[in-house]
Design a protein around this ligand. Sequence first.
Ligand SMILES: [Zn+2]
Ligand SMILES: [Zn+2]
Length: 180
Amino acid sequence: MARPAEQRRVAQGLCARAACGREREAHGQLCEACRVQAADRAARRYEALRAGGKCPHCGTRDAAAGRLCVMCWFRNVASRRCGSAAHADMLRRKWVAQDGRCALTGIQMVPGDGASVDHIHPVSRGGAVADPDNLRWVLTEANAAKGTLDDATLFRMCRLILDGPIARAYALRDQGERAE
Ligand SMILES: [Zn+2]
Ligand SMILES: [Zn+2]
């Protein structure tokens, strides 16, 4: 919505659409009716693309990676995890460099299905958001387990948990099952 005529209408408190003439909503560029209509149209387009097996975001490439195409998925992760979709290519190069394997478990990952970007030095502890050296692909579950820990703390906790009473009980149970 950068066209001058639209900007002028919005500045006057009117709906951005030409030939509408209604007042715009307080926190938007359209009137309520036009907003609802636009949302409706977008939802129908999204569903039509999805039904046709196309990525609902770009509308051109085949859908994969959950519901998006692989490229849109990388862009989506980049914008959520690294602050900008512009980092998508960097994340894709990382993926290729790791051969699509989780950096923590070594397990083969699938784009859009349980793969996520980990900040090695957590952002909440001052780690860089988009520095390639601070990023790696890991399984979403491994990332959830790591949370805001650094590697040293994570590995220490893993060892303590494995030596703890619950894990020991599991190990004894496994031995019992094998002995039967
Ligand atoms: Zn309108
Ligand atoms: Zn796409």
